[in-house]
Design a protein around this ligand. Sequence first.
Ligand SMILES: Nc1nc2c(ncn2[C@@H]2O[C@H](COP(=O)(O)OP(=O)(O)OP(=O)(O)O)[C@@H](O)[C@H]2O)c(=O)[nH]1
Ligand SMILES: [Mg+2]
Length: 180
Amino acid sequence: MKQDLLFIGIGGAGCNILYRIHKDIAKLFIDTDFDVVEKYAGLRIGGLCCGKYSAGGDIILGENAVKESKEEILNAIQKFDSIIIIAPSGGGTSSGSTLQLVKLLIDNNKKVQLITNMPFDIEGERKANIAASALKAIQELCKVKIFDNIDYKQLRNVTYNDVLNLQNAVYIEKIEKLID
Ligand SMILES: Nc1nc2c(ncn2[C@@H]2O[C@H](COP(=O)(O)OP(=O)(O)OP(=O)(O)O)[C@@H](O)[C@H]2O)c(=O)[nH]1
Ligand SMILES: [Mg+2]
């Protein structure tokens, strides 16, 4: 794998997926959520603006978290030239922080790509809107790969958690192929 390439998982889902990619790659886990960061030995952003909690679905908090922790982020990514961000869209962190993160990386002359998917329809219109507006802005800044959501309506007796695990498998397979 290229020495100058870093994979960033951001938000609960992005970190979860990145953790499951078993390849020799440089990884950075970023979240506003203290528990997630602790689990993956990652970088917590927005400790002041989020307090004890995560961005909790609030994209403004997600955006502010990156602004607040700009120096720590730059420090963690400084030796890499290319960055692939994994962030399923719709969360305060995965959409709000990702938009600001992409801006920050580009301002610092990094080559950036985002890999994402849209929230599932069962998650409601609010998440869909958050995802769509952040993605519209991000697509103007960098390359974005939007994976298809698994067609869970075809499956019988699956829980929401099963659906997320199946979606994880889509990411893992495609990203591992990209790395090979
Ligand atoms: N593939 C996959 N997608 C997930 C998982 N958990 C949540 N999602 C999806 O990812 C979207 C973003 O959710 P999270 O990553 O939990 O949100 P977050 O970025 O942590 O944002 P906040 O908690 O609001 O700060 C959700 O709308 C779901 O569609 C997961 O474990 N795997
Ligand atoms: Mg979260």
